[in-house]
Ligand binder design. Structure first.
Ligand SMILES: CC[C@H](C(=O)O)C(=O)SCCNC(=O)CCNC(=O)[C@H](O)C(C)(C)COP(=O)(O)OP(=O)(O)OC[C@H]1O[C@@H](n2cnc3c(N)ncnc32)[C@H](O)[C@@H]1OP(=O)(O)O
Length: 277
C-alpha cells in the first residue's frame, strides 16, 4: 500500500508539473485545453473493502519484532526509519498537489490510516466511519507526518486530546472538530468498526487527568513526544497559499525525530510481543 500510494502521488505531481510547464509554454494539446492546464482537477483518496486505511501492517511489524529481538530491534528500527521517511514525504507530496484533494472516509481509518485522512484538503466522512489515532496505544507517536497536520485541522489542544486518548472519532465528533468537512450516509448498512472499543476501555483510574477515553492504559513513554508534535500552524490566506507554505520536507522535522525516538523502543516491542501471541 505504501509503495502504491507513493507512486500514484509522484505520478500526479509529475503530471501536474508537466501540465503547468506545457501551459506556460503555450504547448497545450487537446487533452489539457479544457482543464486549466492540468489533466486532473481533483484528487480523491478512498479505501476499498469497506475501510479507508488500517495503517501500518501489524503482521509485518510482529514478524519484524520477532525476527530482531536478539539484535535489539535493529530490523524494526530500520523499518521505522524507512516507513517514516516514505510515508511522511508521500503524504506531504499529496498535501502539496496543486489539485483540490478529498479523502472519502468509509469504515476504519486507524493509526497511519487516520494520519492519511489529514493529508488532503477536504474530508467527506461516511456514517459508518471511525477515525482513530491509535499510535499511542502502540507506544509510538504519529509516524506518517499526521501530528502537525492534525493540529492544523482541529487545533493544537484538540489534536493533543485525540493523540493522547486514542479515542474513536465518530462522524459527528469529526464534523464538530472540523476533521470532517461533510458527512454522508454509508451506501450500505455496515457495522461501524471498533466504535464500541471505547466502551470496553477500562474506566479512567482515580486521579486520571480527566480523560474518560481510557488513556490510562497507554504504555509509558507513549505521550512523552506529544506536546512537541502539535506546534500551532501558521495562519494561511488561501488554499494555494496554504499549499505553497507546506515545506517539501516533512512538516515538522521534530515530529519525525520524536517518532524515531520511540519506534523500536522497549515499550513498543512489548506491545508487538503481545500482538504476536
Ligand atoms: C505510524 C503508523 C502506526 C504504527 O506503525 O504504529 C500504525 O498504523 S499501526 C496499525 C494501526 N492499525 C490498527 O490498529 C488497525 C487494526 N485492525 C482493525 O482494527 C480491524 O482489522 C479493522 C477495524 C481495520 C477492520 O475490522 P474488520 O472486523 O472489518 O476486519 P478484520 O479485523 O477481520 O480484518 C480483516 C483482515 O485484515 C487484516 N488487517 C486489518 N488491519 C490490519 C493491519 N493494520 N495490518 C495487518 N493486517 C490487518 C486482519 O488481520 C484480517 O486478516 P485475516 O487474514 O482475514 O484474519
Amino acid at each position: 500500500m505504501m509503495e502504491d500510494l507513493a507512486a500514484a502521488v509522484a505520478q500526479l505531481g509529475a503530471e501536474a508539473r508537466s501540465a503547468e510547464a506545457q501551459w506556460e509554454a503555450g504547448r497545450t494539446d487537446a487533452e489539457f485545453e479544457d482543464c486549466d492546464g492540468a489533466r486532473y482537477r481533483i484528487v480523491v483518496v478512498q479505501g476499498d473493502g469497506g475501510h479507508f486505511c488500517s495503517g501500518a501492517d501489524l503482521g509485518m511489524l510482529g514478524d519484524l519484532h520477532g525476527a530482531s529481538e536478539g539484535a535489539e530491534g535493529e530490523a524494526l528500527r530500520e523499518f521505522g526509519r524507512w516507513m517514516n521517511g516514505t510515508m511522511t514525504s508521500t503524504l506531504t507530496a499529496l498535501r502539496r498537489l496543486p489539485q483540490v484533494s478529498v479523502a472519502i472516509v468509509q469504515g476504519a481509518a486507524f493509526g497511519g490510516g487516520a494520519e492519511l485522512t489529514t493529508a488532503t484538503d477536504l474530508r467527506l466522512v461516511s456514517s459508518d466511519a471511525v477515525i482513530r489515532f491509535v499510535q499511542a496505544t502502540m507506544a509510538v507517536s504519529p509516524g506518517w507526518g499526521g501530528g502537525a497536520r492534525l493540529a492544523d485541522i482541529v487545533g493544537a489542544q484538540a489534536a493533543r486530546r485525540l493523540l493522547a486518548s486514542c479515542a474513536p472519532v465518530t462522524p459527528q465528533r469529526a464534523e464538530g472538530l472540523g476533521l470532517a468537512d461533510a458527512t454522508f450516509e454509508a451506501p450500505a448498512p455496515a457495522q461501524a468498526p471498533a466504535a464500541t472499543e471505547a466502551s470496553d476501555a477500562p474506566a479512567a483510574e482515580e486521579g486520571c487527568p480527566g480523560c474518560a477515553d481510557g488513556c490510562c492504559r497507554l504504555p509509558p513513554g507513549a505521550l512523552a513526544t506529544l506536546p512537541r508534535l502539535v506546534a500551532p500552524a501558521a495562519p494561511v490566506s488561501s488554499l494555494a497559499a496554504s499549499k505553497a507554505a507546506i515545506p517539501a520536507a516533512e512538516p515538522l522535522p521534530e515530529e519525525a525525530a520524536a517518532f524515531l525516538r520511540v519506534w523500536g523502543a522497549r515499550a513498543q516491542q512489548d506491545v508487538l510481543a503481545r500482538l504476536r501471541k
